[in-house]
Design a binder for this molecule. Structure first.
Ligand SMILES: *[C@@H]1O[C@H](CO)[C@@H](O)[C@H](O)[C@H]1NC(C)=O
Ligand SMILES: *[C@@H]1O[C@H](CO)[C@@H](O)[C@H](O)[C@H]1NC(C)=O
Ligand SMILES: *[C@@H]1O[C@H](CO)[C@@H](O)[C@H](O)[C@H]1NC(C)=O
Ligand SMILES: *[C@@H]1O[C@H](CO)[C@@H](O)[C@H](O)[C@H]1NC(C)=O
Ligand SMILES: [Zn+2]
Length: 438
C-alpha cells in the first residue's frame, strides 16, 4: 500500500492540479483574495453582564461585523465568548465602543490578511509532493479533491467506490466514497461528512486524511482491517461544494450554501439548519441575510435533500452518522434542538468519553463532549438531530481545532496533528459500534 495516492504517472496526474490551485490562490503576484482582508481584525469579546450583552447585540446590528463564534448573534448572553471579524474601516468604531462600554476584549488576529497568507503554504510547498504522491498537509481546492477521489476510484477499486448522490445548487456533482472491503454478507454502514460549512477547511482535510489512513493501514493495522472488513464507510469530503468553492475564490469566511433568494440579495442557506427536525425553531434565523438562515422550507437546499434522501434510503444499515465542523474542540451528540438527553444516553455518552480520551492521548488536546444543546448551544434543523431522529442510533458532530487562536484559519502545519488525533477518536467510536452497545 506504499503506492497510495501515487498516480501511474505522478507528475502528469498531479502537476496540473497544482497549477490550478496556484491560479486560484495567486492571481498574478498580488495578494490572496485581492487583499480584501488587509487590516481586518478578529477580536474576542466577553460580555460579563446582561447590559454588556445587550450593548454588544446593538453594536452588532450597527457595525455589521462578521461573527466567527457563536454562529448567531441570538446566542450572545452574559459570559458568551464571542469572536468577531471586523473590517478595517470598522475597527476604530468598535474599539471606541469597547472602551466606552468596558466590555472585556482581546485581539485574536491583528491583521487577517497577513494571518491568512502566513497560514497557507508557499506555492513551492504546495507543489512539493510527499513521497506517497499526494500532499495531505495542505488544504485542497474542490477540483483537487474531486480529482483525488476519481484517482482513488481507479487505483483502489477493491476498497473504494465513488458515486454521486445528486447535484448542488450550482450544478456540481455531490460525490461520496464508499470505503470498505466488498462482501456479499450484510455489512453495517457509517456515514461521514465534512464541509457542511464552507469556511471550516479542516473538515474536508480530515475526510481526505481518513481515507488515506484507511488505505495505508488496512493491511498493517488490525483495528483498521476490522473496520473495513465489517463496515462500509460512506465519506462525503465536501458536503457544501458550492460554498467551499466560493470560499476559495471569493470569500474565505463564507459559511452557507450559494442558493439565490427571490426577494433578498443575500445568497445561501445554513446547511446545518435546513433539516426537517424542529426546522427553523430556536437557534436558526428566518432572515436570508443571516449566517444561520434556515432556508425557505426544510431540505430546500439540493445538497441537504440529496444527503437526506440517501440516508433515508439506507437508514436500516447505517448505524452511525459523523459530521465534521470547526472550531471549538468538542464532540457533540443529540439533542441539539432541546435540552434533554436521548434514550440509551449512556451508550453514546461512553462512546464520546472514550473517543475524547483517545484523542487526548495523542497530543494532549482537550475536547469537551456532551449533548450539543448544553455543550455548545441550542440549534434546530441540524443534520445530527435529523440523522438521529431518522433512526441512526450513533450520531455525532465534531468541532475540530482550535479554540480561537487561529479560528477558521487553522494553519496547514496543524493539519497533521489535528487529523492524527481525530483519527483515533473516530476509530474508537467505530470500534464501539462493533461491540454490544445498542
Ligand atoms: C467599510 O467599507 C465597506 C466596503 O469597502 C463599505 O461597504 C462600508 O460601508 C464601510 N463601512 C464604514 C463604517 O465606513
Ligand atoms: C468509479 O469506478 C467505477 C468502475 O470501477 C465506475 O463504474 C464509476 O463510474 C466510477 N465513479 C465515478 C464517479 O466516476
Ligand atoms: C435502547 O436500547 C434498547 C436495548 O437496550 C433497544 O431495544 C432500543 O431500541 C434502544 N433505543 C434507541 C432509541 O436506540
Ligand atoms: C477507546 O478508548 C478507550 C479509552 O481511552 C480505550 O480504553 C480503548 O482501548 C479504545 N479503543 C480503541 C479501539 O481504540
Ligand atoms: Zn460548522
Amino acid at each position: 500500500m506504499k503506492f497510495l495516492g501515487k498516480p501511474r504517472s505522478p507528475t502528469a496526474a498531479f502537476l496540473p492540479l497544482c497549477l490550478l490551485s496556484l491560479k486560484i490562490l495567486q492571481p498574478g503576484h498580488s495578494h490572496l483574495y485581492s487583499n480584501r482582508y488587509a487590516g481586518d481584525k478578529v477580536i474576542r469579546l466577553i460580555p460579563n453582564t446582561k447590559d454588556e450583552a445587550y450593548a454588544l447585540k446593538k453594536m452588532y446590528h450597527h457595525l455589521k461585523v462578521d461573527l466567527w463564534q457563536p454562529s448567531s448573534i441570538s446566542y450572545i448572553s452574559e459570559g458568551t465568548v464571542t469572536d468577531v471579524h471586523i473590517p478595517q474601516n470598522g475597527s476604530r468604531a468598535l474599539l471606541a465602543f469597547l472602551q466606552e462600554t468596558n466590555i472585556q476584549y482581546k485581539i485574536l488576529i491583528e491583521d487577517l490578511q497577513k494571518a491568512l497568507e502566513k497560514g497557507s503554504s508557499l506555492p513551492t510547498q504546495r507543489s512539493r509532493r510527499s513521497p506517497s504522491g499526494y500532499n495531505y498537509e495542505v488544504y485542497h481546492s474542490l477540483e483537487e479533491i474531486q480529482n483525488w477521489m476519481r484517482h482513488l476510484n481507479k487505483t483502489h477499486s477493491g476498497l473504494i467506490h465513488m458515486f454521486s448522490i445528486g447535484k448542488s445548487y450550482e450544478g456540481r456533482s455531490l460525490f461520496v466514497l464508499k470505503l470498505g472491503r466488498r462482501s456479499r454478507a450484510y455489512k453495517r454502514g457509517v456515514w461521514i461528512d465534512c464541509g457542511i460549512h464552507a469556511r471550516e477547511w479542516i473538515g474536508p482535510a480530515f475526510c481526505q486524511w481518513f481515507v488515506k489512513e484507511a488505505l495505508l493501514t488496512y493491511r498493517s493495522d488490525p483495528t483498521m482491517r476490522k473496520m473495513l472488513n465489517h463496515l462500509y464507510f460512506y465519506i462525503m469530503p465536501v458536503f457544501n461544494v458550492d460554498g467551499y468553492h466560493f470560499s476559495w475564490t471569493n470569500d474565505r469566511f463564507w459559511r452557507k450554501t450559494r442558493s439565490r433568494n427571490s426577494r433578498f440579495r443575500c445568497h445561501g442557506v445554513d446547511a446545518n439548519r435546513n433539516w426537517r427536525v424542529k426546522w427553523c425553531d430556536e437557534g436558526a434565523s428566518m432572515h436570508p441575510c443571516d449566517d444561520t438562515y434556515c432556508g425557505p422550507f426544510p431540505e430546500s437546499e439540493p445538497e441537504v435533500k440529496a444527503v437526506a434522501n440517501f440516508l433515508r434510503k439506507h437508514r436500516k444499515h447505517i448505524r452511525a452518522y459523523l459530521s465534521f465542523h470547526a472550531y471549538a474542540q468538542m464532540l457533540l451528540y443529540p439533542y441539539s434542538y432541546k435540552y434533554a438527553t436521548i434514550p440509551n444516553f449512556s451508550c453514546v455518552e461512553s462512546a464520546a468519553h472514550n473517543a475524547v480520551n483517545a484523542l487526548r492521548s495523542v497530543h494532549g488536546v482537550q475536547y469537551r463532549y456532551g449533548p450539543a444543546s448544553s455543550t455548545l448551544y441550542v440549534s434546530s434543523g441540524s443534520s445530527m438531530d435529523w440523522a438521529y431522529k431518522t433512526g441512526i442510533p450513533y450520531t455525532f458532530a465534531f468541532e475540530l481545532r482550535d479554540t480561537g487562536h487561529f479560528g477558521f484559519l487553522l494553519p496547514e502545519m496543524l493539519i497533521k496533528p489535528t487529523c492524527m488525533e481525530t483519527m483515533l477518536a473516530v476509530k474508537n467510536i467505530t470500534m464501539h459500534l462493533l461491540k454490544k452497545c445498542p
